[in-house]
Design a protein around this ligand. Structure first.
Ligand code: NAD
Length: 459
């Protein structure tokens, strides 16, 4: 298929929307990113990235000629071949996704559609059936416009996002697959065209994110709307339950005296299983697994169907956070008054995202038991102080201050900065040198040699 550059609008410039917009602009498409957050738009127009994502600053600079940021839909939607909607879809109190941002974005898009054919793409993770729901909102809002142009057509498609924060650019330019879903063949055709440079890998890779040696043509899964929507939830829930399975086996390993890292290594080398997402530790966090597993269960409930496997994955994950606290309690006996340091507040390394981070729960559980908590993070500190005002007073700006007079330290987020720490320097600062490795990433023998009492979550 011949490559053609398109006019693209991306609504929402968070982790997903920004990566999508900047990557498509880098590939040669003309992209306008719309976000209601004036501060974000101002930062981006000033060439500054509002999130921490490795390589994003460089890609922003390289794509600048094809990229505009605005708060106004009328700057981006008119004339666009494709409008991506990448707004947040957090959980509502009942577990179902809160779709008010999506509704508002769809209404604003409908108010600005102006030409013969626009594909409106749900890139947000939305419950199965949301494509039809967005289509209905678009049609209702469009019909209410006094100024609606004649001959203006549009159609809704789903293009779920699989990027990992911290690897967002690599995952977008070199994905395992691209999934597009629509009940309108013309929409599928447009999206197939839009993604040709990635599918065929015809672009020059950025210097900071070289093309993997083994990548060939990227598989395109072109399907109906409902299937594309379900693929996203089914994939995320599977990854979540893979981690929870490793954690469930990890607790059994500890009881029978087996080494969980050996067990998961032995399992993961089986190609039918694979080693990724199979590490035992304090469990998953982040904006997606928790809310997407909840949403999948809520969708099933609408059909009077239960999902015990997904439910169990959630319960095991919650339990891991408690187990971390109980490991400390077993060791220290009394948590009241103890100073516990948590290394890492981001939900995983290479991101400043704190959403559903295990650290937050562990800190709150420890505080509820009377411990004195200190937290540290090499990157996410400023966001933490802004977004977590209740925990902000417990943040340590330096690692020394965290270790000083500490009764135990927990490695919660496996940042490279922590793995490379001069651990010998800190052991002497602690009151009792208890080190709980929440990710099974430190060398237990070395830590013991340095004088730490090394504990693992499973073991
Ligand atoms: P985010 O909160 O980082 O970004 C959302 C952005 O949308 C914000 O900048 C917000 O200001 C903007 N916004 C909200 N309402 C708007 C409106 N009406 N008009 C214009 N802008 C608006 O969210 P995110 O992490 O990028 O996630 C977006 C979606 O992608 C979610 O559905 C999420 O589940 C899904 N997803 C996220 C990831 C991830 O790793 N973060 C991965 C895959 C899928």
């Amino acid at each position: 298929m011949e490559e053609r550059y398109m006019k693209v609008c991306v609504v929402g410039t968070g982790y997903v929307g920004l990566t999508t917009g900047v990557s498509l602009a880098f590939l040669g498409h003309q992209v306008t990113c719309v976000d209601l957050d004036q501060h974000k738009v101002d930062m981006l127009n000033g060439g500054r990235c509002p999130i921490y994502e490795p390589g994003m600053d460089e890609l922003l600079a390289e794509a600048a000629g094809n990229l505009t940021f605005t708060t106004s839909y009328s700057d981006g939607v008119p004339g666009a071949d494709v409008v991506f909607v990448a707004v947040q879809t957090p959980s509502a109190p009942d577990g179902s996704p809160d779709l008010r941002y999506l509704r508002s974005a769809a209404e604003s898009v409908a108010g600005n559609l102006d030409h013969d054919f626009t594909v409106v793409v749900n890139k947000s993770t939305v419950p199965i059936g949301s494509g039809n729901w967005v289509d209905a909102i678009l049609r209702e809002s469009f019909a209410q416009r006094a100024d609606r142009p004649a001959g203006c057509e549009f159609s809704v498609a789903s293009n779920p996002e699989f990027l990992r924060e911290g690897n967002a650019i690599h995952d977008t330019l070199f994905p395992d697959r691209i999934v597009i879903g629509s009940d309108n063949p013309r929409s599928l055709e447009v999206l197939n065209q839009l993604y040709r440079p990635i599918i065929n890998q015809t672009f020059t890779a950025p210097s900071f994110s070289p093309r993997p040696d083994d990548i060939g043509a990227v598989p395109l899964v072109s399907t109906d709307l409902a299937s594309a929507e379900l693929i996203k939830y089914a994939a995320n829930a599977f990854l979540a339950l893979k981690i929870s399975y490793a954690n469930e086996i990890g607790q059994l390993a500890a009881k029978v005296g087996a080494d969980i890292t050996e067990v998961t290594r032995g399992m993961g080398l089986d190609q039918r299983i694979g080693s990724r997402f199979l590490q035992a530790g304090v469990g998953w966090g982040g904006s997606c697994f928790g809310k997407d597993t909840k949403a999948l269960i809520a969708t099933a409930a609408e059909y009077n169907y239960s999902m015990p496997i997904v439910q169990a994955a959630r319960e095991v994950n919650d339990r891991q956070r408690l187990i971390a606290v109980e490991r400390l309690q077993d060791e220290l006996r009394i948590l009241k008054g103890r100073k516990i340091g948590l290394l890492g507040v981001a939900f995983k390394p290479n991101t400043d995202d704190l959403r559903d981070s295990p650290s937050l729960d562990i800190a709150n559980l420890l505080l509820a038991r009377g411990a004195r908590v200190r937290l540290h993070d090499p990157i996410a500190g400023e966001r933490f102080k802004r977004e977590q005002p209740d925990l902000a007073p417990y943040f340590s700006d330096t690692i020394d201050a965290l270790f000083d007079d500490c009764d135990a330290v927990v490695l919660v987020t496996e940042w490279a900065q922590y793995l490379e720490l001069d651990w010998s320097k800190f052991v002497g600062l602690m009151r009792t040198p208890i080190l709980l490795d929440g990710r099974h990433v430190l060398d237990a023998d070395r830590m013991a040699r340095l004088g730490y009492k090394y504990l693992a979550i499973a073991g």
